[in-house]
Design a protein around this ligand. Structure first.
Ligand SMILES: [Fe+2]
Length: 315
């Protein structure tokens, strides 16, 4: 079946939300990514993935890797947050990350299946909806729909380095609420946990964390949604309390005991930031290994995850 063409994107509405400067920067970087020169210079990435796929097929591991990629683990995690308002003690936050659901037609159903029966108060998705970093993003919006249908609203989301900003209105029309350098006051029993959602910190970096935190009331408790944990030092410097990320895929193809061969981090490459709970100074954080996968639709020694965070206060 042919994929229908994407609807028209309302850039005026996006400008009102994230500002002209950030939107121009984003669109300029996207255009550069889509240029013929850049496509040619990035062709090696596709060749590299094809070679990995071929080698895995030759040694008879490819199908095992694909089966592994649809065996998604449910991770129960306690997330300590300094300054957490009492009303949010025990609050349950479900995190999906790095879905890349257009890579493999069997992946959306595997995620929907894994979501069945889970108990949570709020769902968040920490970026990377599309598999490739260029070209048509619309198949990713279609592939994400069943997962959105399986989640309880509101579902907060941020963009990853694989996502064009044009995907925002499409996925919002399907039920997501993106935070593109925006604040979201989460209210419970008269108290507020401020969710800060920023544009991808790995590649696009259009955010201004200082401006966002300056707009908060004094003493606000803050939880940052940012695609990559590379943001940790900047987030700690502006006094953010906790952060949720993905991006690394935990390595995706790992050596035994989950030792990653590559993490796709360009800066602040601290091993502790690659997966699970971490601290950076006073900042508490968690990096998801990702729910889906990209490049090659396989996982080894590094299962995809859906994370259920139970929030708790810490001094
Ligand atoms: Fe990703």
């Amino acid at each position: 079946m042919d994929t229908p063409p994407p609807p028209i994107v309302d850039f005026n509405a996006l400008t009102l939300r994230i500002g002209e400067e950030a939107l121009s920067k984003r669109l300029m970087m996207e255009a550069r990514q889509e240029s013929d020169e850049m496509k040619q210079s990035l062709a090696w990435v596709q060749t590299f993935h094809l070679r990995i796929e071929r080698v895995l097929k030759l040694v008879g591991l490819y199908h095992r890797g694909r089966r592994n990629s649809t065996k998604i683990q449910i991770i129960e995690n306690t997330l300590p947050i300094p300054n957490l308002p009492a009303a949010f003690e025990g609050f349950r936050l479900l995190q999906l990350s790095d879905l890349h659901l257009d890579i493999d037609p069997s992946l959306p159903a595997a995620v929907v299946d894994a979501l069945k029966g889970l108990n949570y108060d709020l769902a968040v998705i920490t970026g990377d909806f599309r598999c490739r970093t260029i070209e048509d993003y619309y198949p990713a919006t279609l592939a994400t729909q069943p997962v959105i249908n399986a989640l309880k609203e509101p579902i907060l989301a941020v963009l990853g380095n694989h996502d064009p900003i044009e995907i925002v209105p499409h996925l919002e029309a399907r039920g997501l609420r993106f935070l593109v350098n925006e604040l979201y006051p989460l209210e419970k029993d008269g108290q507020t946990l401020w969710i800060i959602g920023i544009d991808d910190p790995h590649f696009y970096q259009t955010y201004d964390l200082k401006a966002l935190t300056n707009a908060l009331p004094p003493g606000a408790c803050t939880l940052l949604l940012a695609h990559s944990p590379e943001i940790a030092p900047e987030a700690e410097a502006v006094g953010i309390n906790a952060a949720l990320s993905g991006h690394t895929h935990g390595g995706q193809i790992c050596l035994p005991f989950g030792i990653p061969i590559t993490t796709n981090m360009l800066r602040n490459k601290k091993r502790s930031l690659v997966a699970g709970n971490w601290t950076w100074g006073k900042l508490r954080g968690y990096t998801s290994r990702g729910t889906g996968c990209c490049g090659v639709p396989v996982r080894f020694n590094c299962p995809g995850e859906i994370t259920l965070h139970t929030l708790t206060s810490i001094e």
